[in-house]
Design a protein around this ligand. Sequence first.
Ligand SMILES: NC(=O)C1=CN([C@@H]2O[C@H](COP(=O)(O)OP(=O)(O)OC[C@H]3O[C@@H](n4cnc5c(N)ncnc54)[C@H](O)[C@@H]3O)[C@@H](O)[C@H]2O)[C@@H](O)CC1
Ligand SMILES: Nc1ncnc2c1ncn2[C@@H]1O[C@H](COP(=O)(O)OP(=O)(O)O)[C@@H](O)[C@H]1O
Ligand SMILES: [K+]
Length: 503
Amino acid sequence: MRIAGVEMMREIDRIAVEEIGIPASVLMENAAIACVRNLDLTKGYFVVVCGRGNNGGDGFAIARHLYCMDKEVDVFYISEGSDYKAETRTNFRILKRLGVPMTPLSGETMWSFREALKDADVVVDSLLGTGVARPVRDFLRQVIQEININSRFVLSVDVPSGMNADTGESMGQVVDADITVTFQCMKRGFLNYEAMPHLGKIAVEKIGIPGPVEAKAEKGEYLTDHSLACSLIPIRDKTGFKGNYGKVLVVAGSQGFTGAALICTEAAISTGSGLVTLCSREEVFQSLVLRLKEAMSLHPDKLEDGVSRADVVVFGPGLGNFDVTFDMLLLVIKSMQENGGRSKTLLIDADGLNVLKDRTEILTHLDFNVILTPHVGEMSRLCGLSAEEIQKSRIDTARSFALEHKCIVVLKGFNTVVTDGSVVYVNPTGSSAMAQGGMGDALAGMIGSLCGQGLEPLEAAVLGTYLHGYIGDELAGERYVVKASEIIDAIPGSMKRLQDSRK
Ligand SMILES: NC(=O)C1=CN([C@@H]2O[C@H](COP(=O)(O)OP(=O)(O)OC[C@H]3O[C@@H](n4cnc5c(N)ncnc54)[C@H](O)[C@@H]3O)[C@@H](O)[C@H]2O)[C@@H](O)CC1
Ligand SMILES: Nc1ncnc2c1ncn2[C@@H]1O[C@H](COP(=O)(O)OP(=O)(O)O)[C@@H](O)[C@H]1O
Ligand SMILES: [K+]
């Protein structure tokens, strides 16, 4: 599914209407029907609040549909004005002629508006959509406050009124929706964590604009679709043997951080790698000896050797933020440069990222693929921005870092951002039930494994991230938190089910 900002939505609408000739009134009608589909029609009394733009026009059309269904409907609107665009004016006039109760909002009607909001089973918010162009002040601000204070349940049409659809920021006052029915594409601003409390549930509804029209205006930003993830799961050849499924070298673990090495290694094995080797210190192997059954072990003295044989190196989990970790990373890079080529991949996670603080320029001239999997704290160390700055613009931060450093960035957290600097995939799976130590180690092992099985690094990052969260969501349905070891146990079953489910 495509992600769109305001300019891209305008361009999509323009192409659909002006170049293709789909009447704007048809789009508005489809938008209204999509909203009605998301209303609880067992309810009897609806209040629709309409602004002066096309968002208000959607509201007028929604009110008509509700009227046709014999629902009790009250429409409150900002002003009749002659400045309505054609489709909005048409829908306004239809309601007038039908005799649907319509009240212009003013100081005098505020009392009856408030009472209607209190009585309404559902309030439809169609005051402002993507056209919000200046700070919300004075009267409009008061109208939004009244909606927030008095409503039982609010459906926002396209955007919670007062929210900037590009950034998710408040323009002064924002409607608190229980559900936001947004049209055609996920709005970019909705991915900003600040926006989330206002959005309620998000439903993205198609309104009759064909995919190729969207494609003409797109900016290479997508929400990972379930079908895309399923299609990326590698098909195992009937005659395949372990040599066909990738040699993964995991460089991880130190005293006190043996779990990170175990989890990362096991995740790579469970995701389907042919051969997985763990390179770690003696003391790590001593405590893992009974638990690591399928992996091979390698002493750090043989690191270069191990790197030269591997297709993929996963570097960092539990190594410690020490000079020796940086030295090992340099050795891995040197060895990959010498024995590398475009088919090899280095995934850097956790302490592998921490030791790159102020040294990220070493990433820019490498001949092999590099994937970085930072959480926001690690990203902050890498790029020098504060965690708050990063959270405000996760897509832009990840994208520009990836572009500048010629690598793939997986910026973890709710709505993990995966990008190679050119295209962006935002991951919709996963939840805070997964916010536990070890989860990131599992993800690193999964992505590394998928690279070794022949996926392009970006594909591996997109699929690994999706699967990791998908399995977390499946398990979290039945429990409060999910452990990384439970994710690992569930990987093979989930991959098989997702693969079988594709058409
Ligand atoms: N073909 C299209 O363009 C379609 C548009 N649709 C709807 O149209 C919306 C966009 O319509 P518009 O571009 O008319 O924009 P809006 O309806 O979001 O609002 C624009 C109007 O609000 C006023 N306004 C903006 N900021 C304000 C503020 N802070 N305080 C007071 N007034 C303010 C503007 O002067 C203008 O009159 C979408 O969100 C969607 O709901 C849908 O009908 C589907 C098709
Ligand atoms: N609220 C959340 N929603 C979705 N995914 C989450 C959430 N919290 C954590 N995760 C996922 O769990 C993993 C945690 O990784 P990380 O923070 O690196 O943990 P660790 O390094 O301790 O293993 C990441 O993949 C992250 O995206
Ligand atoms: K709205």
